[in-house]
Design a protein around this ligand. Structure first.
Ligand code: NAP
Length: 430
């Protein structure tokens, strides 16, 4: 069978685009063997062709006119690495209409409109590949779709935002405060100038909604992911957590419970012996529990030009094989169902609480009673220190329905002896 050179158009040539292009040059032969034909980059859409780039690109390849990529009948495949949602969506829709395969690294778009776009892809008898959208270079999409397909997935738990993991690592291993760690992350290029999407947990929520969709065969609405960021975490909490045997991580957790799916992103105390506790700096990891495979963990760099490019090129090989050999595994996401989502108030969690109270006899007993009235039992309670008549108290509860914990906490807030509730975090025991 004669195989044609697969012609590719890029939408964007920034960090991820450059990494992708570099890998295509570096591993040209191997990619061609795996893909079943040569790959030729035919056109690249950018905003500013004059801009200095991290990779050598001939000026003739660059264009500012999307039609030169989308309407060119010779282009088989479009790689969207420009980011944003509105234009990127329009361009992907147009590419599919023009019967092109699509590869994207765009988690925001796949989380918000993945279902509709994949449906359109099926109608157009094409496909969208999106391994690079979550976990950079770590294979996550394919394992959840294929390699673990035999399992009923019970739980996924991940560190899927490198910026926040970098900050929390610097705070816990190097005793830095939040602001210092954030400034360092920005200096090293791990955090954007506007880091709010990372710090507030939105980036992790987008990624969780993509992963949980695949893990639980369900269409996930981003609004169903309970999301809390890391800005409330202080050095002191990290210190106390460590004394109690825990690491503090921003975890994205998806579970299938009898009542429905539980989806949440929040700072979490995890035992220092948990494999996720050893995931430091900008690294990412996803820990998956399946009913046949048991526990599996995927680990590596969750962003960056070359790791993310590695995932884009892997998709490119798959798509090219599809074009060359007509091998297609179908778009299984279309068959996903809508599943009930359990509200966070009804989930079982253990809690870490740090508060300041007047240093008087009976304060511990009053706390225990307030919790006891809502059947919240305490695992540990420690008075950390007392200065000028104010005691700092740290406690950890056993697992309880969240609404009962918060009802007890409301009562504790109203105690005349309570000075301040400093922090509340969830704790995962295993
Ligand atoms: N960076 C990572 O490590 C990483 C990891 C995983 C996923 N992603 C995702 O990958 C995508 C790209 O990220 P990136 O970091 O590579 O972005 P980037 O460095 O900002 O590059 C964006 C590229 O797209 C071009 N572009 C943007 N808007 C355009 C428009 N309206 N018309 C024409 N060209 C446009 C830019 O052109 P100019 O060069 O002329 O400005 C630039 O080349 C995003 O969806 C991101 O979330 C990134």
């Amino acid at each position: 069978m004669e195989r044609k050179t697969v012609k590719v158009g890029f939408l964007g040539m920034g960090t991820v685009g450059s990494g992708t292009l570099r890998i295509l040059e570096m591993n040209r032969e191997q990619v061609a063997v795996k893909a079943g034909s040569e790959i030729e980059v035919k056109k690249i859409l950018v905003r500013n062709p004059e801009k200095q780039r991290d990779v050598d690109v001939s000026l003739e390849l660059l264009t500012t006119d999307p039609a030169e990529v989308l309407q060119d009948p010779e282009i088989d495949l479009v790689i969207e690495v420009m980011g944003g949602t509105e234009e990127a969506r329009r361009y992907i829709e147009e590419a599919l209409k023009q019967k092109k395969y699509v590869i994207t690294a765009n988690k925001d778009l796949m989380a918000a409109a993945g279902s509709e776009l994949l449906l359109q892809a099926r109608e157009c008898r094409r496909n969208i590949y999106y391994e690079a959208s979550v976990g950079g270079g770590i294979p996550l999409i394919r394992p959840l779709k294929h390699s673990l397909g035999a399992n009923k997935i019970i739980r996924i738990m991940g560190i899927i935002n490198g910026t926040t993991n970098y900050i929390l690592t610097r705070m816990s291993l190097y005793n830095m405060d939040f602001e210092g760690a954030l400034a360092e992350a920005q200096e090293k290029g791990f955090a954007e100038q506007d880091p709010s999407s990372d710090l507030e947990g939105r980036d992790a929520a987008y990624k969780l909604s993509i992963l949980a969709g695949l893990a639980f065969n369900s269409r996930i609405h981003i609004g169903d992911v309970y999301t809390e960021g890391i800005s409330g975490i202080s050095k002191r909490d990290i210190f106390y957590a460590s004394e109690l045997g825990f690491a503090v991580k921003l975890l994205a957790i998806g579970e299938e419970l009898p009542g429905g799916l539980a989806l949440r992103v929040h700072p979490t105390l995890i035992p220092r012996t948990h494999p996720l506790a050893a995931v430091h700096n900008e690294n990412n990891a996803l820990y998956v529990v399946g009913n046949a495979v048991g526990e599996v963990m995927f680990y590596g760099l969750g962003a960056g030009a070359m790791p993310t490019g590695s995932s884009v090129v892997a998709d490119l090989i798959d798509a090219a094989r599809n074009i060359n050999y007509g091998i297609e595994d179908g778009i299984m996401e279309i068959d996903f169902q809508d599943k009930a989502v359990v509200p966070v108030e009804e989930l079982l969690s253990s809690f870490y609480l740090r508060l300041q109270a007047e240093d008087q006899p009976g304060v511990f007993a009053a706390l225990a009673t307030a919790f006891g009235e809502d059947k919240v039992s305490l695992d540990m309670i420690i008075q950390k220190r007392s200065t000028e008549g104010v005691a700092e108290i740290v406690l950890v509860t056993h697992a309880v329905e969240e609404r009962f914990f918060y009802r007890a906490l409301d009562r504790i807030k109203a105690f005349p002896t309570t000075r301040k509730i400093n922090s509340v975090f969830r704790v995962i025991e295993k």
